[in-house]
Ligand binder design. Structure first.
Ligand code: NI
Length: 262
C-alpha cells in the first residue's frame, strides 16, 4: 500500500470532510500517513489525529514561515510532544527565503534548535528548504545532520544538491511537482536519485499533481506521482509503491503494521 510521508490533514482546507476523507484512505490504497506539524497548533492537532487513526503518525515541528510564534516556553512543549508514542519525526523545519520575512537569522536560529531537538530525541528530521539551498546545506553539514538522518521534503533542487544530500544519507520527498510538464530539473534529479532514497508525499492540501493541479490535494492523488516515478525509473507501479513504503518504514522506524498500535 502507498505510504504517504507528508500531509497536513489538520489544515482548515479539510474542515468540511476530514473525517470522511481520512476514514476512506485505507480502503483506497493509502496504507500509512505521516501528518506534519507546521505550527504549534498544527502540532497539537497532528498528535490528536495520530491518536484518533491507527494508520496516521505524526511529525512535530514549526515551518520556517511560522517561527515567529516560537519562544523557550512553547519550544519546551514541542520537546514534550516528541515523546508521544506516535510521533516519528521532527519537522517540518528549515529555511524559506521566498518571502522577506521572517528574518533569515531568526529562521536559522530555530532551524538549528529543531535539528538539535531531532538529535536529542533520536528522531529523523523533515526538512523544508525553498530558495535557500546553500544556507540549508551549510547548516546541515555544520551540525552533522547526516548523523540525525531524515528527508528533504518537496525536493526542488537539481542533481548537484541531490548528490550532497545523498552523501549525508538523506531521503527525498517526491510529490505532485514531478508530474508538471515544466519540472525538467526535478525529473533529472529523480532519475539520478537511487530508488531506495525516494519517499512519496503530497504536501496536502498543496501541490496537487496533474491533472488536478490547483485543486485541493489529498493522498488519493498519489497514484499520479507513482506513475511519473515509475515512468522515469522504468519500473512498475507496484515496485514504486513497495520500495517507497520500505524506505519510509526504515526512515521512521515503523516496523509494525499500521492497523496495530505501536
Ligand atoms: Ni508541508
Amino acid at each position: 500500500m502507498i505510504f504517504e510521508s507528508h500531509a497536513h490533514y489538520d489544515d482548515e482546507a479539510f474542515d468540511e470532510d476530514r473525517e470522511a476523507l481520512l476514514s476512506s484512505l485505507q480502503g483506497r490504497g493509502i496504507g500509512t500517513v505521516i501528518n506534519i506539524g507546521a505550527s504549534l497548533s498544527g502540532c497539537e492537532a497532528t498528535v490528536k489525529l495520530a491518536e484518533q487513526y491507527s494508520f496516521i503518525f505524526g511529525a512535530v515541528g514549526v515551518h520556517p514561515s511560522e517561527i515567529g510564534e516560537l519562544n523557550e516556553e512553547n519550544f519546551a512543549r514541542l520537546r514534550t510532544l516528541c515523546d508521544h508514542e506516535k510521533v516519528v519525526a521532527v519537522g517540518e523545519t528549515g529555511l524559506d527565503y521566498h518571502y522577506p520575512e521572517p528574518d533569515k537569522d531568526l529562521q536559522k536560529k530555530w532551524f538549528e534548535r529543531q535539528l538539535l531537538l531531532a538529535r536529542e530525541t533520536g528522531l529523523p528530521v523533515i526538512i523544508h528548504s525553498r530558495e535557500a539551498a546553500k544556507d540549508t546545506l551549510d547548516m546541515m553539514q555544520a551540525l552533522d545532520a547526516g548523523e540525525i538522518g531524515g528527508v528533504v521534503h518537496c525536493f526542488s533542487y537539481g542533481k548537484e544538491m541531490a548528490r550532497e544530500y545523498l552523501n549525508m544519507g538523506f531521503y527525498f520527498g517526491i510529490g505532485g511537482v514531478i508530474t508538471f510538464p515544466n519540472a525538467k530539473k526535478l525529473k533529472e534529479a529523480v532519475e539520478y536519485i537511487p530508488m531506495d532514497r525516494i519517499l512519496l508525499e503530497t504536501d496536502s492540501p498543496y501541490l496537487a499533481p496533474q491533472p488536478h493541479r490547483g485543486e485541493r490535494n489529498s493522498s488519493l492523488n498519489l497514484p499520479y506521482v507513482v506513475e511519473a516515478i515509475a515512468e522515469l525509473k522504468g519500473i512498475s507501479h507496484e515496485e514504486v509503491e513497495r520500495i517507497t513504503e520500505e524506505n519510509a518504514r526504515r526512515l521512521f522506524h515503523l516496523t509494525v503494521q499500521p492497523d496495530r498500535k505501536r
